[in-house]
Design a protein around this ligand. Structure first.
Ligand code: ATP
Ligand code: MG
Length: 259
């Protein structure tokens, strides 16, 4: 089954357009969307998560046209961590993570239920953020903030998790920690994860399926092993490089002029 299907979606903004995007994103798998800066990756995630609306075409989420979901119902199925870390208000980590429960609260309820509390605690434990729960978001390091944001998404208890560049600004150890965390929670909760990544090695290693976007079009899609080739790097990024696999981990070696 597909978690997401897009049927000929098109979006025009000023000097850019996403053109006729038809995609099937598998359920319960990890999919990475890659491609050069400005190619339309974030725009595509925003359309899927209904932050923006395409000019034409349809998006199906769990086989239902996404327009037919009520907002609250939609927020119980799919959530997205946006790319930019817009300045958050002065919230503690626990308050931030608690926001994940909003789509599940009834209009009149002002307090969290026991179940909400349990889910919030579990999200903090999963992401190792319990120790930061009373600290203000902005006082955490980039890596700690990212884990808190993932905890907020987890507390929302959706089956589909979209993440726009979850490892940007993190050092290699924290990048790997986030990738391992996502792999763990995906397996533990049987989630569908769709993320935009720039690190092609990590994207290929941690994903079941990859989609490459260039200039608003899908140029390649498939399993990372088949996709990541010399000609792929030339086509998508216009670079010359060779690819080696070491213990199943892909290594991209660029052809530099310095020899
Ligand atoms: N509302 C808008 N108005 C005008 N141009 C826009 C708008 N939204 C996006 N764009 C343009 O569309 C293009 C694609 O943007 P998008 O954010 O989807 O790229 P991206 O692939 O996520 O890039 P990056 O890897 O740098 O995050 C960019 O050139 C961007 O400037
Ligand atoms: Mg982007």
């Amino acid at each position: 089954m597909n978690a997401i299907q897009t049927d000929e979606i098109t979006l025009k903004v000023e000097n850019f357009q996403l053109a006729n995007i038809s995609l099937s994103i598998p359920s319960r798998k990890t999919t990475s969307i890659v491609g050069p800066n400005g190619s339309g990756k974030s725009t595509l995630l925003k359309i899927i998560s209904r932050l923006i609306t395409a000019n034409n075409g349809s998006v199906y989420v769990l086989n239902k046209n996404s327009r037919l979901y009520k907002s609250k119902e939609f927020a119980q199925i799919i959530t997205m961590l946006p790319q930019s870390k817009d300045t958050l208000p002065n919230l503690t980590i626990k308050e931030l993570i608690s926001f994940g429960r909003s789509p599940h609260k009834s209009f009149l309820a002002s307090r969290f239920t026991k179940e909400d509390e349990m889910i919030i605690e579990e999200a903090m434990e999963m992401t190792n953020t319990t120790k930061h729960k009373d600290r203000l978001f902005f006082s955490l390091s980039g890596g700690e903030q990212q884990k808190a944001r993932i905890a907020m998404a987890l507390a929302q208890k959706t089956n589909i998790l979209l993440l726009d560049e979850p490892t940007t600004y993190l050092d290699i150890a924290h990048q790997l920690e986030v990738m391992e965390l996502l792999t763990y929670i995906k397996a533990h909760y049987d989630l569908t994860i769709i993320m935009v990544l720039h690190d092609l090695q990590q994207a290929a290693f941690y994903s079941d399926y990859m989609i490459a976007v260039k200039k608003g079009e899908i140029v390649e899609k498939g399993s990372p092993k088949n996709l990541l080739t010399t000609s792929f790097l030339r086509e998508v990024y216009e670079i010359d490089a060779k690819i080696l696999f070491e213990d199943g981990y892909p290594l991209i070696i660029p052809n530099t002029r310095r020899k």
